[in-house]
Design a protein around this ligand. Structure first.
Ligand SMILES: Cc1ncc(COP(=O)(O)O)c(C=O)c1O
Length: 471
């Protein structure tokens, strides 16, 4: 087994031990600690993030330009995005907030790719003004761009505008994440009657359309299925170029979607596996410039949610570990547990892995529960774990994408703090603050208008001031 299979769990174990030691220390901890104010932590292994990006870059080496645009939605955290920008990545964004975050994290406009499927006029104008790359979702959006671009000769030379196709190649293992079904909301369905010809004519009529975009879905899409979608994009680009008798389409955006192994430490499939499948099934791809938009494959393995067992009880024969980590950090797992199972790694209060033998206890069916007021608020259900006690720690790995960076505010639970960690040259573990814990004042500010304005002008509330009165 290559040694890198152990690097991630080893670094994670060292970080957890350091946090456990801090948590027991008296006084205010200088380093991350599990306290009453921070009873859930998000942890990011920065060495793992760096390594994943290096592996991606070397797996997709090409004679042509390759832009690896990290999917902002997977990790909308400024300092991590800044790190990707410094490493030479681009950024894929899908909303005005993500666009501004990418700019403030230091991505140059020509390294940003804007992909929302429902862009407003204002969003399109802003994107055109900035010169970011835009992937158009449908023919109506193309018509809006015609209007915005008409009379403008100043379209930034860097702006590469593409059109998103749906290869209609079918569903992956997770329906809600499959974007290449027959009726998916994304892109133009190429197999629909007349659609392919309409896309070709739209491209031939618009010299500024130079890119084809395809993203067949995330997590649960096989490499072969992803290759079928990319093949459709490349075939289309080649046909457009041959009918135009010139290289109109210069770049293929292959999206993201490489699956993550959530049931063990192995990284599988790898970026190199993906490259091998593409070389075999779509060699023509590498005649074009390429954009990728990976999220989870770059980040999931780096993340760990760490919490402590506040209380433990047994109900109906089920051990239940009550923690502060639930739907606010693991929304997908709480609401769709069968699609998004997570591993649970138990640790002792001192931060050592808890095994049944070492703790002299049994393996029992366990639910790891969160603090929110609905019974589905579980990180794991009916999992065979060493009997957990109050004070034990619970680590939830593979949560570096779409988990603690994408909070859910039910019960006004605050956003959890996030720390990065890396191995220092002397072998110690360095911690960095990525996001503070959200304060209760910030939670209240988010809840609604801070001035308590009465909501009716009946006798009870003579001070009410409607913002508008009609009729
Ligand atoms: C257009 C597009 N690109 C990239 C991604 C990132 O996907 P993943 O995190 O699976 O790589 C998504 C995910 O929703 C997407 O919709």
């Amino acid at each position: 087994m290559p040694s890198h299979h152990h690097a991630i769990p080893n670094r994670r174990a060292r970080a957890i031990r350091a946090i456990a030691e801090n948590s027991g220390a008296r006084g205010r901890p200088a380093a991350p600690a599990l306290t009453d104010e921070t009873a859930v932590l998000g942890l990011m292994d920065l060495d793992c993030v760096d390594t994943a990006f290096e592996r991606l870059t070397s797996a997709f080496a090409s004679d042509r330009e390759v832009l690896h645009a990290v999917a902002c939605k997977a990790v909308p955290l400024p300092s991590l995005l800044r790190r990707f920008a410094a490493a030479g990545a681009g950024c894929e964004v899908a909303s005005p907030g993500e666009l501004e975050l990418a700019l403030s994290a230091g991505f140059a406009p020509d390294r940003i790719v804007f992909d929302s499927p429902a862009k407003t006029w204002a969003e399109l104008r802003r994107a055109v003004d900035l010169g970011v790359s835009i992937n158009v979702d449908n023919f109506d959006e193309l018509t809006r761009l015609d209007t915005i671009l008409s009379g403008r000769n100043d379209l930034a030379a860097s702006a590469r505008i593409g059109i998103r196709i749906n290869p209609q190649s079918g569903t992956g293992a997770i329906g809600a994440l499959s974007t290449a079904t027959e009726t998916s909301k994304f892109g133009i369905g190429l197999a629909d009657p007349g659609a392919r010809e309409a896309v070709i004519e739209a491209c031939l009529a618009r010299p500024w359309l130079g890119q084809i975009h395809v993203h067949s879905g995330s997590q649960g899409i096989s490499l072969d299925k992803a290759a079928v979608g990319i093949r459709a994009a490349v075939d289309l680009a080649e046909e457009i170029n041959s009918r135009a008798s010139t290289r109109r389409i210069t770049r293929i955006d292959i999206g993201g979607g490489l699956s993550v192994n959530f049931d063990g430490e192995n990284v599988t499939p790898t970026f190199a596996d993906y490259r091998a499948v593409l070389d075999k099934h779509v060699p023509g791809l590498f005649d074009f410039d390429i954009v990728t938009e990976f999220g989870r494959a770059l980040l999931a393995k780096a993340g760990t949610i760490l919490t402590r067992v506040e209380y433990a009880k047994t109900t109906g024969g089920r051990r239940i570990a009550m923690t502060q980590a639930g739907v606010q950090v693991a929304t997908r797992t709480a609401y769709a547990p069968n699609d998004w199972p997570l591993r649970i790694l138990p640790f002792t209060p001192a931060g050592n892995p808890k095994t049944a033998e070492a703790a002299d206890t049994e393996i029992v069916p366990t639910d790891v529960a969160g603090p929110a007021c609905f019974s589905g608020d579980l990180l794991a259900r009916n999992r065979m774990l060493p009997r957990l006690e109050a004070g034990d720690l619970v680590a939830v790995p593979e949560t570096g994408a779409y988990y603690f960076s994408n909070p859910f505010s039910y019960n006004l639970l605050p956003r959890v703090p996030i720390f990065g960690y890396r191995t220092a040259p002397d072998g110690g573990t360095e911690f960095f603050l990525i996001r503070r814990v959200q304060t209760i004042a910030e939670v209240l500010a988010e809840a609604g208008e801070p001035e308590l304005r009465p909501l009716s002008s009946d006798d009870r509330d003579s001070a009410a001031e409607p913002i508008a009165r009609v009729g």
